[in-house]
Design a protein around this ligand. Structure first.
Ligand SMILES: NC(=O)c1ccc[n+]([C@@H]2O[C@H](COP(=O)([O-])OP(=O)(O)OC[C@H]3O[C@@H](n4cnc5c(N)ncnc54)[C@H](OP(=O)(O)O)[C@@H]3O)[C@@H](O)[C@H]2O)c1
Length: 337
């Protein structure tokens, strides 16, 4: 039996859900994979809790779900993880703090430090990858640490695993996908004739959009995902500036209705084809694969030289599949899969 000593960075909905899954699946993980996860550290904006005997998964998740701060807990230490990471005895970080668009934030440095020390990293946060994916992969290769991030693209959809593990010796020629539920919701709401701002309000009312949905509507969240997928599955070294990004801000009810009159529906599409990487709204035939991706769904089509054209779609309303993907990544690292 392998005990994996874990630090959880961020105690938001993703890592709280992960704690609940690790609790529910504890026996299964031990029996089928020979792994016991022991969470010895966790962070939020207040700092870090550390308990070398292992924090109680459900008590920690419940405390944060009830609006508590880690600073309320007896195991709280008044320091930030970046100041003590070098002295912590850890095997794995589960990184689920917010995305920092401009630089990748402190999370990027924390990932560098951890991987250099041989501590494996599983990410839900796209920030460090957008700003340092190739560098982090190189550090991990040198130190032998694991680096997995399947939860960063399309939540529970195992697109990176399918492309990297199951399409052996294949070349991916084309990737096309709809990766952003908020944009789906806003366009769908506007198809009823309401304005862009009213569409945002409606998406917020159903819980699809953040208070500040500009990363989504501006196409950036989609571009981040395209960057991560392309850099992982295609032979490229892509930066954000290599992607042409247009969001849905200029879509009007009139444009949507004109597309509908032609049997089409507007989607915010990410594509990688012929060395061009583009995010933009496209009128897709309603009966096509991308045209059928609605609301809480995300999907991607992969055109391979030898594995045909495959279509992958996921419905994810709450972050259970995202958190499960982080568990899957960790199990793959520690079982050597
Ligand atoms: N939600 C999803 O469905 C989903 C799906 C795929 C990927 N992701 C990604 O996963 C990440 C987490 O998402 P989430 O929905 O769990 O976010 P969230 O609910 O907003 O939670 C963020 C957590 O990070 C903590 N935090 C913020 N800044 C921190 C810092 N500097 N150091 C330590 N902790 C810090 C917050 O602390 P406080 O508790 O003190 O505020 C909070 O606990 C994001 O990068 C997101 O893009 C989310």
């Amino acid at each position: 039996m392998k005990t994996v000593k874990v630090a959880m960075l961020g105690m938001g909905s993703v890592n709280r859900t992960l704690l609940r899954i690790l609790s529910t699946k504890k026996d299964r993980l031990a029996k089928n994979y020979g792994i016991v996860f022991k969470v010895i550290a966790a962070t939020d904006t207040s700092g870090i809790v550390i308990d070398h005997s292992g924090l109680d998964f459900l008590a920690l998740a419940d405390h944060k779900s009830a609006g508590g701060s880690l600073s309320d807990l007896i195991s709280y230490k008044g320091v930030q993880i970046e100041n003590i990471l070098n002295s912590l005895d850890l095997d794995l970080l589960f990184e689920a703090t917010p995305v920092h668009l401009e630089t990748g934030g402190e999370a990027l440095n924390i990932c560098r430090t951890a991987l250099t020390r041989g501590i494996s990293v599983v990410l839900a946060n796209k920030g460090p990858l957008v700003h340092g994916i190739k560098e982090l992969l190189e550090i991990a290769k040198l130190s032998g640490a694991g680096l997995e991030y399947s939860a960063t693209v399309c939540g529970g959809l195992p697109i990176l695993n399918i492309g990297a593990r199951d399409m052996i010796a294949g070349d991916i020629k084309i990737i096309r996908g709809v990766f952003n539920g908020t944009s789906n919701f806003i366009i769908e709401a506007m198809s009823e004739g309401i304005t862009f701002d009213q569409g945002i309000e409606k998406a917020q009312a159903v819980g699809a959009a953040e208070a500040d949905p500009s990363l989504d509507t501006g196409g950036w969240d989609t571009a981040f995902k395209l960057l991560i997928i392309a850099n992982t599955l295609m032979d490229v070294n892509l930066g954000l500036s290599d992607i042409s990004v247009e969001g849905i801000d200029n879509i009007t009810p009139k444009k949507i209705q004109s597309a509908e009159a032609l049997g089409k529906t507007i989607k915010l599409v990410a594509s990688a084809e012929g060395g061009k990487f583009i995010v933009k709204p496209i009128a897709e035939p309603r009966e096509s694969f991308l045209g059928s991706i609605n609301g809480w769904e995300m999907g991607v089509e992969i055109h391979s030289d030898i594995y045909g054209v495959s279509y992958h779609k996921l419905y994810e309303k709450e972050p259970i599949p995202t958190a499960a993907s982080m568990m899957r990544d960790a199990v793959n690292i520690f079982t050597g899969k």
